[in-house]
Design a protein around this ligand. Structure first.
Ligand code: FAD
Length: 1656
């Protein structure tokens, strides 16, 4: 019962004394205001709304909306309404809903809906009690009907299936929303919607999530009923993991606010009753509720190991489309409509709703159920709680309210956590398949990537919420992390106590005052403290700068100090204070010396101090010393006039001091106490270990050892003899509390816990056990502590722990690393018994206790105890503990280390293994070799066994070992593998996070090679940026496809651990899981439909355009011949192979959408097809990345050349452009090859099926019926048509321009892609965004959001480029064509290069040339020039080339230009180098055509060609399998044959001779051979045999799991085709007598084995 007081007691309790009354003129002011009287008489409005709702809700089926004291906005009984529906005729709807995932999977849901009888939704048929369930069931049915109707059951590639339409009456006449939906569900939906107060029928977010749940155990109420683990979805639509986990997560968010409405109503009552203590109680309660809300985010996990919490990002696509609104008029289904958010906004008095999300929230609020709207209005319009708190001036109320604001909308609160969570999930979803999301993330005018844009919008709405309290905020919330902004309270140090018997007090318990702060905390929470510099350090700086007399002098502040001053004012509830010299010195960063700080001093002293220079030359940063040390040393070696000018005291504003010294950042300490009985804790204990380091020798003097204390720990726990604590100070210590999401006690007290601590790592565990033992009962779980310390003297909290051991509540196991006086836990005696033993570390202790530890780690399902394990201490402790645990599991219960690792990973994924690694970042060495971007890109770790690197702010880290432990899930790191993810780090507030910074130092590999210096060449610089962005795209495409691909292949190690197999049914049914087929169908369709849009779309066009322009421009007005990159791509995408591949995948679509189709007899064929095609996809993407890496390396080579004083910039750019264009051409050709290979894979493989005869018969029957039987028989033998290399692969600049312009035109004309005409984000609504997302398949929808965003940007860039270079383009596009030789000649004069830089990929071939041109090694530029020349020259039709080669160039011993004819008899060393360079850069096989010099000896040329084609071992540029080179070989053979004017019979004979043994062997089995002169047929036949053999090889490899090389290669397959040069025999068995090295050199370089010329 709520306490009720009389009106007089409340309103007239503070009547003034007679004396005060006597002084008053207006006595009327003593009477209470009428609205106060009325309110007190009637009660608080929010409470009244609640009481009314509770009174009539049960009678009316809660049709006004759920609202009650105990259950808040949740239904009191989640099953009541569905049960009522099941008891009414409406049961047919709920029955169908139960069958929904199955029907959808079979493609039968529309048929099932249309077959329903019409049951009306009127009161006489559907009782009020069943109303909500009816609204939910019918809403889901209507939406799924609409969804299926739009996609016609197909969500991917189709081959023109006819649309299915039921012959039933539709609900078209009812309203716009129900057009095209069968009347049998449309009419009742219309009726029940109106009864529930919805003017038009629509599905809301809480219909789908909150109200569509079943509670497993209604009695399990702690701390709220609707927990993730206590719920299951009632009516899932697709039954996919994403849907289930996401919906349950959303439902939990709402349910965790279960008691929020009551707390809010109570707050309002107390405000009305002016009850400060009551309000304080309720505010604290509300704060606790809000602090619990982010827990729901754990339930949505992107870690594949996380069981039912796992949300695969790529599965968003379908669910996202399904939730599209029924019409343009509907309110969108969005989490913005969740009542807890809307009511909290009202409670905190949010005034601004200008952001997109703000506007939508307000719009959706108007569509909430009536009770909820009334409640929110009651909170918003009456008795503002924040205002009352402010007026009260009570610091406790203000502190708690501040805590509420932080908990709800702060950076570490619900909104901040939500923002980070969404960022991670959206990043993955955008990279895989999701096309749109709330908040117009793909807004066309935004430069940010989709998830970054959403992140920004969340930030906008967070700032709007904070605005009433913090005013206008000019930084992003993530920029507040790790800064003073986290410390919003004032405190002071009360005491420092000894906690062990170490007289040095290296660890101390520091107690701080929390009185009147309003701070509350939980076990595991942390305190952030802004440290104050020691007086000794302040004195050093002040003395050096002559500031001792100016300590109280005010200072002109820069922006960040101004922000700090404002913050200080806010915390003190005053105006921003005027900061003085002392403030800057006390609160600024003085130590350690960062590079920035040293550089500033260096600049100020005009580089005159040798000490500073010495410091700058340090091999590691930061330097162990302070600004004071630096200045003290520098003052001695700097000229006084420079010093005085730098640190000028004469002007009196000292602005330079604020510029020099940045604001210090807070330190984090685990809270070491907990008292459940205190409403507001009065003190907080910290266990502080003093960080000590040796002052660097520059300051200490060589050989001297000066021990210093860290800033934070030295302030809190100074050296006992330093005298620091004796100095009185009135400085406020700024503090703040933060809650690590991943370091909390389990909810259930019965769960056993193990704590692993090293040294002061015991800190948080003290709060844990104080909390656990306060509520101990007989059913409490075990508490086991493993503690490692140096010696008995350093055993902290010994007395306290012995007390627990004696009481039998805790087991304590100890390891002393430098002490033989051991202590052993004796369970029976309940004591720690003395025992001599060798010193040991904590890992040895853990291994000793292996049984206990292993049982605790194993999950209950694995038969273990499913305990919660916590590790706390430095990174070294963490390593030691993890090693110990691994060994313990291995010794106790696993057969191998891998299994032990999996058991451990499982515990991490189940969030039972939590870390609190606290340490200071280690200084990083800066003298290690740099890591090129290409090397980073190659380490994506997507293949088992590979390493996974990331780059952050100029450094590269190897995250492989950390991935399974990442609290944010594995996938988010994996999706950033191989790229620079600094922006993500900034956005996720990792950059300033001390924990992250500490951990990163552990995984440091080296510095990233910075962007090369192009000596001011804008052209090269922008070319670099463009290529780097393209390389990034190749890497991101590869790693994002990895998520799905390896899920499909089932080869991801993490998936293996979890045993997820998308292909088989979970319940052990033998048949294929349609869900898996669907995943594959969607995946492969997207890949084909969008034609690798990110790689071959506008981004590629932009590169081609700009590189072609550069090349054409370099000819100074004469047109160049360019590789036809865009033409090759276009042809590849439309070639018969591409069509055949699409046809095959559409067959899988048929299987997905119509299980009754004949495709059902191809189950195993589909599996086989999926395995092989997915492997092909990945290989293709790997090849693309590899090509891009080579391009990237070329930039370094060029830069090295420039640095070496090479040719002029213009030529560098042109040469590079030529080279890059060749690479792009090869990429384009890889697409051709990919389609050719894919086209050869077939779904129909009767021999694989369980019942081959039936499969065959069905195949034949279908084909006979559709008339394709005879065609098929041919196909079955020969497969698809062989790919022939086109001859017109060379174009001029005009042609490139035409293609680009055509692409721009077509994209701008298209309505939906690339959204150049997308709606203005300022006026767009969520509804329109969702409608776009839910539109039937279009090109846009098959393109993931990231690719679409990138392509949009590229289109805009191209358009701008064309505009900006209009004149030059006009000039270039009209001139007559120029041959590449001419182009080369243009460069000739200026390309002499002096010094020999070494390009990364050409070193091995650098010095193996002998007979021509002298010993000078070729420079990288020369090699590149040559490679480009060869490639481009070779790309021209051969007959044409024959006429253009100048005879006079033959036989030159040393060419002045590497572009001279290198096919002459006397090919010089540089050419040979250049050739080998082009080989090693992968030109072999694809880019290079055989050079032309007549007369050609076909045999020698073929031998040379073959050797070129067999570079797989040396060059990763070749396709993976050796067979993959075969199409190229054939193409080249054709060209050569043509040039040699061979007759057809000779050609065939030669071909048959030259193919490898396995091919010849395979030929034996071919009965139906082509005629001896039918060269075309023979090539076709060999291609097919080659492809078949390769496919078989790769399948075998797949089956054997042999391919475990991350770059896709693995060792050479011994069975693979050997078009191996070693086996090639020339007509005279040349090479037989050659020395081995020479033979190898000739083979490597494609030189004749007889005469050592390229073409003899
Ligand atoms: C989550 C968490 C919980 C923690 N809990 C506790 C606890 O309960 N008890 C406890 O004693 N400690 C705890 N710590 C550690 C604590 O936060 C401090 O890191 C520690 O006290 C040292 O800080 P300092 O100011 O004394 O040292 P600093 O003055 O920061 O310097 C100490 C050393 O670190 C180096 N260093 C400093 N900054 C950098 C940098 N940016 N890059 C490279 N090197 C750098 C310095 O050269 C020096 O050697 C915790 C840390 C974290 C992250």
């Amino acid at each position: 019962m709520r306490e009720r007081k009389s009106i007089n007691e409340i309103l007239y309790a503070t009547m003034p004394t007679p004396k005060e009354i006597r002084g008053l003129k207006n006595i009327d002011s003593l009477t209470a205001a009428e609205h106060d009287l009325l309110a007190v008489a009637l009660g608080a409005p929010a409470r009244q709304v609640m009481l009314r709702a509770e009174e009539i809700g049960p009678r009316t089926g809660w049709k006004d909306g759920y609202l009650s004291v105990e259950h808040g906005f949740c239904p009191p009984d989640y099953s009541e309404s569905p049960a009522a529906l099941a008891n009414s005729p409406g049961r047919i709807w709920s029955d169908l809903c139960e069958r929904m995932p199955g029907c959808v999977a079979r493609g039968k849901i529309r048929e099932s809906i249309a077959a329903l009888p019409l049951i009306e939704g009127t009161e006489d048929v559907i009782p009020d009690q069943a109303l909500w369930a009816a609204v939910v069931a019918l809403g889901m049915l209507c939406s799924i009907y609409r969804y299926e109707d739009k996609n016609d059951g197909h969500e991917g590639v189709t081959t023109g299936t006819t649309r299915w339409k039921p012959n039933v009456e539709m609900g078209d006449d009812l309203c716009e929303e129900l057009i095209g939906i069968p009347r049998c569900i449309a009419l009742p939906y219309w009726q029940v919607s109106r009864r529930i107060g919805r003017a038009i029928p629509h599905l809301t977010f809480f219909d789908q999530a909150s109200l569509n749940m079943k509670i497993k155990d209604p009695n399990s109420k702690y701390p709220y009923v609707g927990r993730f683990d206590n719920m299951e979805m009632r009516w899932p639509v697709f039954g996919e993991r994403t849907e289930m986990a996401f919906q349950k997560g959303c439902a939990e968010t709402s349910a965790s606010f279960q008691h929020g409405p009551d707390a809010i109503a109570a707050c309002q009552e107390h405000v009305m009753n002016r009850n400060v203590e009551g309000l304080l109680r309720e505010l604290i309660r509300l704060k606790e509720i809000l602090e619990r809300m982010p827990n729901a985010f754990h339930s949505i996990n992107t870690n594949p190991n996380s069981g039912e919490n796992y949300v695969p990002g790529h599965q968003w696509i379908r669910w996202g489309k399904f939730s599209a609104p029924l019409s343009r008029r509907c309110p969108a289904s969005s989490g913005l409509q969740f009542p807890p958010f809307l009511v909290m906004d009202a409670f905190l008095g949010r005034r601004k709703y200008d952001s997109f999300l703000g506007r939508e929230g307000l719009h959706l609020r108007a569509w909430l159920p009536s009770n909820l709207r009334a409640f929110i209005a009651a909170v918003e319009y009456h008795y503002s709680i924040p205002e009352f708190v402010k007026q009260s001036g009570d610091p406790r109320l203000m502190g708690v309210l501040d805590g509420i604001i932080e908990a709800y909308t702060g950076e570490r609160g619900f909104m901040g956590t939500h923002r980070y969570k969404v960022f991670g999930i959206l990043e993955i979803a955008s990279k895989t398949g999701r096309t749109e999301t709330n908040g117009l993330s793909g807004a066309p005018d935004s430069n940010a990537r989709p998830w970054e844009e959403t992140h920004r919008q969340f930030s906008e709405s967070m700032k709007e919420r904070l605005e009433p309290f913090r005013g206008t905020i000019d930084i992003e919330p993530n920029e507040m992390r790790g800064t003073f902004a986290e410390c919003r309270y004032r405190s002071r140090i009360l005491s420092r106590s000894f906690v062990d018997s170490d007289p040095n007090r290296s660890v101390a318990m520091v107690t701080m005052d929390l009185h009147n702060t309003g701070i509350t905390f939980q076990p595991g929470d942390r305190l952030a403290i802004m440290p104050l510099n020691s007086w000794a350090e302040i004195a050093k700086v002040a003395a050096a700068l002559g500031l001792a007399e100016y300590l109280d002098h005010p200072i002109t502040l820069n922006k960040s100090w101004q922000r700090f001053a404002r913050h200080l004012g806010e915390v003190r509830h005053t105006e921003a204070p005027q900061l003085t010299v002392k403030d800057i010195l006390r609160r600024g960063h003085l130590a350690p010396i960062t590079k920035d700080l040293a550089l500033k001093v260096h600049d100020m002293l005009r580089a005159s101090s040798t000490t500073v220079l010495q410091v700058l030359a340090t091999p590691e940063w930061p330097v162990r010393g302070s600004l004071g040390d630096l200045l003290q040393a520098a003052v001695a070696d700097t000229a006084p006039h420079i010093w005085d000018k730098a640190f000028d005291l004469s002007t009196g504003d000292f602005a330079w001091l604020a510029e020099l010294i940045p604001v210090e950042v807070p330190r984090t300490y685990s809270i070491s106490n907990y008292n459940a009985d205190e409403l507001l804790p009065s003190t907080v204990d910290l266990t502080i270990s003093r960080a000590e380091y040796n002052l660097c020798s520059t300051f200490a003097g060589e050989g001297n050892k000066v021990v210093c204390a860290g800033v934070g720990s030295g302030f809190l726990n100074p050296f006992p003899n330093s005298g620091e604590e004796l100095i009185e100070t009135d400085d406020d210590v700024l503090i703040g509390v933060s809650r690590p999401l991943n370091f909390q006690l389990p909810i259930e007290r019965a769960a056993p816990c193990a704590y692993f601590a090293g040294g002061s790592g015991i800190a948080p565990f003290r709060s844990f056990w104080q909390a656990r033992f306060a509520s101990r009962s007989s059913s409490s779980g075990r508490d086991v502590l493993f503690l490692g310390v140096q010696s008995r003297e350093k055993f902290c909290y010994e007395e306290e722990l012995r007390g627990y051991v004696e009481a039998g509540v805790m087991e304590v196991h100890l390891a002393f690393s430098r002490d033989e006086r051991g202590l052993v836990y004796d369970r029976r005696m309940r004591d720690l018994v003395e025992k001599e033993m060798p010193p040991r570390y904590i890992d040895a202790l853990i291994v000793e206790q292996a049984g206990v530890v292993a049982e605790l780690v194993m999950s209950k399902k694995q038969g273990g105890l499913g305990g919660y394990l916590y590790v706390c201490g430095s990174v070294a402790v963490f390593d030691s503990v993890m090693n110990g645990i691994r060994k313990a599991i291995y010794n106790h219960c696993s057969s191998s280390m891998e299994v032990a690792e999996q058991i451990l990973n499982k515990a991490f994924a189940e969030r039972r293994f939590m870390l609190d690694v606290f340490m200071t970042p280690k200084p990083l060495p800066c003298n290690v070799p740099t890591i090129p971007l290409s090397q980073l890109a190659r380490n994506t770790g997507h293949r088992p066994g590979g390493r996974m690197w990331i780059a952050v702010h100029g450094n590269v880290y190897d995250m492989t070992d950390f991935v399974p432990m990442h609290p944010g899930g594995t996938i988010i790191i994996q999706s950033n593998a191989g790229v620079d993810c600094s922006k993500t780090f900034d956005n996720l507030a990792h950059t300033n996070n001390p924990e992250v910074a500490s951990l990163l130092t552990k995984y440091y590999v080296g510095p990233l090679t910075p962007k090369p210096d192009f000596h001011g060449s804008q052209e090269l610089s922008s070319m670099y940026d463009l290529w780097a962005a393209y390389l990034r795209t190749t890497v991101e495409t590869l790693v994002s496809h990895r998520f799905e691909a390896f899920e499909l292949l089932g080869t991801s190690t993490s998936l293996e651990a979890n045993g997820v197999d998308v292909w088989s049914r979970s319940e052990g049914t033998p048949s294929l899981n349609i869900g898996g087929v669907r995943i594959f169908y969607d995946y492969q369709s997207r890949l084909l439909q969008s034609g690798f849009t990110a790689l071959f779309g506008p981004k590629l066009q932009e590169l081609v355009l700009k590189l072609s322009f550069c090349l054409a421009d370099a000819t100074a007005g004469v047109d160049a011949r360019l590789p036809d990159v865009l033409g090759v791509v276009a042809r590849a995408q439309m070639c018969p192979d591409a069509v055949a591949a699409q046809h095959e995948i559409s067959l899988v679509g048929e299987f997905v959408c119509d299980r009754s189709s004949h495709v059902r007899f191809a189950e195993r064929g589909i599996l086989n097809y999926a395995a092989r095609s997915v492997e092909l996809d990945i290989e293709m993407l790997e090849d693309m990345r590899e090509e891009a890496c080579h391009g990237m390396d070329a930039f370094d080579a060029i830069a090295a050349d420039m640095a070496a004083g090479g040719a002029g910039q213009k030529n560098h750019a042109a040469v590079l452009a030529a080279f890059l264009l060749q690479i792009l051409e090869r990429m384009a050709k890889r697409l051709e090859i990919f389609y050719a290979k894919l086209a050869r894979l077939k779904v129909y493989q009767p021999e694989l099926e369980v019942n081959p005869a039936r499969a065959r018969w069905n195949l034949v029957r279908t084909k006979v019926r559709d008339g394709s039987f005879f065609l098929l028989t041919q196909e079955a033998v020969l497969g698809a048509e062989a790919r022939r290399r086109g001859k017109g692969d060379v174009v001029d600049f005009d042609s490139v321009l035409n293609r680009v312009q055509a692409s721009l035109r077509s994209n701008t004309n298209r309505a939906n892609i690339p959204k150049l005409t997308a709606p203005d984000p300022a006026t767009a609504t969520l509804n329109s965004v969702h409608l776009t997302r839910g539109a039937p398949d279009s090109e846009q929808l098959s393109t993931n959001a990231l690719a679409a965003h990138g392509n949009n940007a590229a289109l805009r860039a191209m358009s701008n480029f064309l505009d900006a270079n209009r004149r030059a383009i006009r000039r270039l596009s009209k001139v007559p064509p120029l041959t590449f030789e001419q182009l080369a000649a243009q460069f000739e004069g200026s390309t002499t290069v002096q010094r020999p830089p070494t390009p990364p990929s050409s070193t091995s071939d650098a010095d193996s040339v002998s007979n021509t041109g002298g010993p000078r090694a070729a420079t990288s530029l020369e090699k590149m020039l040559a490679a480009a020349a060869m490639n481009t020259t070779g790309a021209r039709p051969l007959n044409m080339r024959r006429n253009t080669v100048a005879a006079g160039t033959r036989g030159r011993s040393r060419s002045p230009s590497v572009f001279s004819n290198h096919h002459t008899a006397g090919m010089n060393a540089n050419h040979a180098h250049a050739h080998s360079m082009s080989m090693s850069m992968g030109a072999g096989g694809l880019g290079i055509r055989s050079p032309p010099t007549p007369p050609l000896d076909a045999t020698a040329a073929v031998a040379a060609l073959m050797s070129k084609l067999n570079r797989a071992g040396e060059s990763t540029m070749l396709p993976k399998g050796n067979w993959a080179a075969f199409p190229e070989f054939i193409a080249e053979f054709c060209n050569l044959a043509e040039n040699c004017s061979m007759d057809a019979v000779t050609k065939v004979r030669l071909l048959r001779e030259k193919v490898s043994k396995p091919l010849r062997t395979a030929l034996i089995n071919v009965i139906d051979r082509p005629a001896a002169n039918d060269f075309a047929k023979w090539t076709e036949l060999f291609s097919k045999i080659a492809t078949n053999i390769e496919s078989d090889n790769s399948v075998n490899k797949l089956a054997r799991g042999a391919n475990n090389n991350q770059n896709g290669g693995g060792g050479r397959d011994p069975d693979a085709m050997v078009i191996d040069a070693v086996r090639v025999k020339g007509p005279n068995s040349a090479g037989k007598h050659l020395p081995h090295e020479d033979l190898e050199y000739r083979l490597k370089n494609g030189l004749c084995l007889n005469c050592k010329q390229m073409y003899c």
